[in-house]
Design a protein around this ligand. Structure first.
Ligand code: NI
Length: 201
């Protein structure tokens, strides 16, 4: 709802006023807000089958996922929130997924609530422990402090989740880009399987 203080949103102390936003339950999108879009070409090195990925990029560099960064101030008392939408598909036999990240402030937990679609939240910690929580509509996943997290779409519809976390936590994508994930989620003989990543360092 509009109110008389809206114009003060950009004030120096970055205080924001009460607000609400609409996220479409069918497609996850927030009308009028620009999402951050990741294309297949942004995923170089993230999938096990690099040849399959480069062939897909040559044919059609499709959007693999998108998410919202809604301009909430990145200060410790604030909360970043928004939807993440991972589209259905596979690179080789590996399901479409997000890059995955640790938080720069490692001691930051996060909650994801699944609105639509099916998949997994694939997580691992710096000690090499891993976990995969199934995501179906209605399920909330708690990502504990210090765990890297990645959404994987194992279905045929977009996987839409709503996330909330501490606004100053930041994203560390580099660690995952360098060492990869310990586990991969793949389709084998029509079934979803979690297998070791041979390239994991
Ligand atoms: Ni996160």
């Amino acid at each position: 709802m509009m109110n008389q203080n809206e114009s003060k949103n950009e004030s120096k102390e970055m205080k924001i006023n009460p607000l609400s936003m609409y996220f479409d339950l069918q497609n996850g999108l927030c009308p009028g807000k620009k999402s951050t879009v990741r294309y297949l070409s942004n995923m170089k090195g993230m999938f096990a089958d690099e040849i399959a990925l480069s062939e897909m990029v040559k044919k059609n560099d499709a959007v693999i996922y998108e998410f919202y960064e809604l301009g909430i101030p990145q200060t410790s008392g604030d909360l970043l929130f928004g939807t993440s939408i991972v589209y259905p598909g596979k690179v080789g036999n590996e399901y479409f997924m997000t890059k995955g990240h640790f938080h720069t402030i490692l001691d930051t937990a996060e909650v994801y609530y699944c609105l639509s679609g099916i998949g997994y939240m694939l997580m691992e910690d710096p000690e090499g422990n891993w976990d995969a929580q199934e995501m179906i509509p209605g399920k909330a996943v708690y990502v504990p402090k210090s765990w890297a997290h990645r959404s994987v779409n194992t279905g045929h519809e977009p996987l839409i989740t709503f996330f909330v976390f501490r606004a100053d936590a930041g994203h560390d994508y580099g660690t995952i880009e360098t060492k990869g994930y310990r586990k991969l989620i793949v389709e084998e003989s029509g079934k979803t399987k979690i297998v070791d990543n041979a390239k994991w360092k």
